[in-house]
Design a protein around this ligand. Structure first.
Ligand SMILES: [Zn+2]
Length: 273
């Protein structure tokens, strides 16, 4: 079997060659691999600003999401060496596993571009959260409406407001709990912008409208804050379902404020408003 030893990462195919400790991604993350768009990235290209994440297309199953998170952690360990060329080493192997591009050819999915997707990738914030937001804006987070489509067991209804339906749109737009959190944030930053539940918005439309209420120099900070709040609402939903822990909207808001301090110190977020 060929093992690619990555130096500067310029000659190794990120998705299809055997360069990671757990082997080729198509073998170590077979489910995730089926969500790959028509991607051809070298390792160095893929690692730059987590470019590889953007080549994952479609509605991720729980198995694919789990593989994604494992792959994410594996990739964090990679250190490229600028002055060393990539090389190939051959190794005898008992199972003779080979990477192949055929799976990728079979599962080619059309590229979907949208204004909000572009905005998400430009926004300053941790990439895990950006990836989450990118799924959300495509209505593809793993929540009840998606689980139901796959016939899986799920909680009926929204655990945040005890409403009778849960969907990506509900959670981030109409849910009264989310809107209470947003209302507290609005009062705190002292800039008037519409709350997501105030009209019949699509998420991306609401985001564009809300950010337009800020001066140009503050819009980037609002975008980061928007990611942060959506992420916290999503996590609150998961805490309630998986850990039976519940925070009120006010408690969640206070935790968001604490996180804003951390983001500011990490230079992710500047002043809002
Ligand atoms: Zn709700």
């Amino acid at each position: 079997m060929a093992v690619f030893q990555v130096g500067d990462g310029k000659d190794t195919d990120f998705w299809r060659e055997n360069w990671l400790p757990r082997g080729c991604i198509s073998v170590s993350s077979p489910t995730l691999f089926t969500y790959l768009g028509r991607s051809k990235l070298t390792v160095v290209e893929a690692l730059r600003q987590h470019r590889w994440v953007r080549d994952i297309r479609g509605s991720l199953s729980a198995a694919a999401l789990s593989e994604y998170l494992n792959l994410w952690d594996e990739i964090q360990e990679v250190q490229l060496q600028d002055d060393v060329d990539d090389s190939i080493r051959w190794r005898l192997t008992s199972n003779g596993t080979f990477c192949t591009a055929s799976v990728y050819e079979l599962f080619f999915a059309a590229q979907v571009k949208s204004q909000s997707a572009e905005l998400i990738w430009q926004t300053r914030g941790p990439s895990r959260i950006k990836f989450f937001m990118w799924l959300i804006t495509k209505g593809r987070c793993l929540i009840a409406d998606n689980l139901q489509k796959r016939g899986w067991l799920h909680e009926d209804g929204c655990v945040l407001c005890n409403g009778d339906q849960e969907s990506c749109d509900h959670l981030l737009l109409q849910c009264p709990f989310s809107n209470r959190v947003w209302g507290l944030v609005r009062t705190w930053i002292g800039t008037s912008f519409p709350l997501p539940g105030e009209d019949n918005w699509e998420f991306a439309d609401w985001w564009m409208k809300a950010r337009s209420c800020f001066q140009t120099r503050s819009r980037g900070a609002f975008d980061s804050l928007c990611l942060l709040i959506c992420w916290f609402v999503w996590r609150e939903r998961n805490f309630r379902i998986f850990e039976q822990k519940t925070r009120t909207a006010l408690e969640l808001f206070r935790d968001i404020k604490d996180e804003v301090v951390v983001w500011r110190e990490a230079n992710i977020l500047r002043e809002v408003g």
